[in-house]
Design a protein around this ligand. Structure first.
Ligand SMILES: [Zn+2]
Ligand SMILES: [Zn+2]
Length: 226
């Protein structure tokens, strides 16, 4: 198989460490794989930002505004370095759907370890795109990532998009700042899935909506910490 990024042939290196792994073919060559940067070292336990503090300043702010901090924690895998930015651009904005499979194994392994404490009693909910974006891109990258994970995935959220204020119902006006709508209530824990955590605002909007409708706990799992 060829590298999904640089298209060079991947020649599996056989040694005692990986001989048992040969059944799982790699989707990136060693050189490209080496450019992906795992988040390593101490990180904020709430948002995964690399930080010497147990809880970073941003998350302290969210904590002080408790009614808005609807996310128990976010866990991310990779740093948003320039290689990752290029990969995301090609995958998400230039429609290279298959490139996303390069993240499958890492997602699965990290998720299985980090969220084992939920004992499979949770639901994955991908952050939705608006219909317009979905048409443009052809797929929702968050949904693709969620489908790599070993828990049921349900699209409980939709994105409210481009409506005129006057046509909105009262409920819609109240939730004007929240870009999401819930299609169904849920009574078990939810793990929101998205490709990137940047400010955390999007995830918190989704989280507060879920919690306002009876969801006991909301976590987030993201590929990248921006
Ligand atoms: Zn490569
Ligand atoms: Zn933080």
């Amino acid at each position: 198989m060829n590298c999904l990024w640089c298209d060079r042939q991947i020649i599996p290196e056989i040694n005692w460490e990986n001989i048992f792994m040969l059944a799982k073919p790699k989707s990136l060559c060693g050189e490209c794989e080496g450019k992906l940067e795992y988040l390593q070292g101490s990180r904020c336990k709430k948002c995964s930002r690399l930080s010497e503090e147990a809880v970073c300043l941003d998350c302290k702010w969210w904590n002080e505004h408790a009614e808005r901090d609807s996310i128990a924690f976010n866990y991310s895998i990779f740093n948003y370095n320039s290689f990752m930015q290029d990969m995301i651009a090609k995958w998400k904005y230039r429609g290279d759907y298959v490139l996303g499979t390069a993240f499958k194994l890492d997602l699965f392994q990290v998720f299985s370890k980090r969220f084992a404490f939920l004992k499979n009693e949770a639901l994955l909910v991908p952050i939705p795109l608006s219909e317009e974006r979905l048409r443009e891109r052809g797929f929702n990258q968050a949904k693709m990532l969620a489908e790599f994970l070993p828990l049921p995935c349900e699209e409980l959220l939709t994105r409210i998009h481009g409506e005129k204020q006057s046509k909105k119902t009262r409920t819609a006006r109240i939730s004007t700042n929240n870009p999401f709508k819930l299609t169904k209530t849920v009574n078990k824990s939810v793990i929101l899935v998205d490709d990137i955590y940047t400010t955390g605002t999007t995830l918190r909007h989704a989280g507060s909506l879920l919690k306002a409708h009876g969801c006991p706990e909301v976590y987030a799992f993201t590929l990248i910490r921006g």
